[in-house]
Design a protein around this ligand. Sequence first.
Ligand code: GDP
Ligand code: MG
Length: 448
Amino acid sequence: NLSDKLQRSFKNLRGQGAITDENISDAMREIRLALLESDVNLDVATNLVEQIRAKAMGSQIATALSPSEQIVKIVHDELVALLGKDIAKFKTASQPPSVILMAGLQGSGKTTTSGKLAAWLKKGGHRPMLVSVDVYRPAAREQLAIVARSINASLYEGKLIDGEAATDSVLRLAKEAKRDAANFGCDILIVDTAGRLGIDQVLMDEMARLKALLNPSEILFVADAMTGQDAVKSAKAFNDLLTITGAVLTKMDGDARGGAALSIRQITGAPIKFIGTGEKPDAFEPFHPDRIVSRIMGMGDIATLLERAEEKLDRGKAESFAKKALSGDGFSLEDFREQLRQIKKLGSMKSIMKMLPSVGPFAGMAQAAENVDEKQFGRVEAIINSMTNKERRNSDIINGPRRKRIAAGSGTTVQEVNNLLRQHAQMSKMFKTMGGGGGMKQQQRLMA
Ligand code: GDP
Ligand code: MG
């Protein structure tokens, strides 16, 4: 991926005094290849590399940075500039309800994203209403109904009329929904549309007529980040016809490193506004160009991780855990279980590890993430659940027969129970040692 490639080409530059024509040409070739491999469109990649080269050559006399550091910085800045520095604004109409028209191919994530967007808007104090105008597949409208229920958002269901032409149904449902949203005081109407496997004329005509009818304040193109160049091609087709106002990149929790984001931005001129990072309604966030660039370059996404931790973790619990663990008493298995639950709130272990920088102390983490066994966490929790309160508080009393009972109760093996008890004893001891002397104070200062 781009990150590995960049790291490698930068490594070759390390230790060289200044940036020269010769020593950067290898790096530029690598950068170009890496961009292409991560689904950046050919023209976009070529332009970028030329800009990076020009900047790099001009920066010879600069600063205390090493050549490789200089180039890393230049690449970073160029990519951020290309994506637009700031978080793109979400537009609403002066006269509610504002309409958001969702566009994209089948399977790109329109229905899921419609729900995520509604949940996000609700969190921001809006009253969104959802409607599906996918009259071609009955299951599609049912899917949106389920999504709407799960996030407790309003839905305009409407009815299909026998014998009505499909496009007429689409336009009628959309019109009814807009009126319904106004009547019920919903300030935003999200219109989930039918997708096709490829660009097709009937679909495009329908989208154009929906746009004319609804006068949407946002037309969001939903793109599956995993589909790379295809997503870029369909983004262009939708944009030529509809002039999209923004894009949503879904499935960013997968292996996609975000090259499509660069190309879609460059080719349509529309900003990426949101990314989807999982199947659940809250796996969704505004697009931060600098974070994606860091992720593309393998510098990790610590900012997102911290933000998630801020939002999801219970600060009080974390602090009291730290205090307890560092005190002479050590921490119990009960405390340990609570910590596991807190960590799980941050998302899958895989997604957490992928956000760590792929350089420095975390090198190899993203790779290791591939081998993480998510079920392991569940098994550890099951083991602790199968203990009595007394055992959780004082693991010393867990003798042979108790271990057997716990293994049976949690559907694990005595060996797994033994492992957990041993790990707990080691960690507890380690924390106690840290807690002695200055460690405790330092920890408290860090958490203040
Ligand atoms: P639509 O045909 O465009 O409406 O696509 P759907 O919303 O039905 O999504 C297609 C599939 O992609 C479903 O299985 C979704 O759960 C999945 N999906 C959507 N967004 C994401 C995402 O951000 N991450 C992951 N991992 N899956 C997603
Ligand atoms: Mg759908």
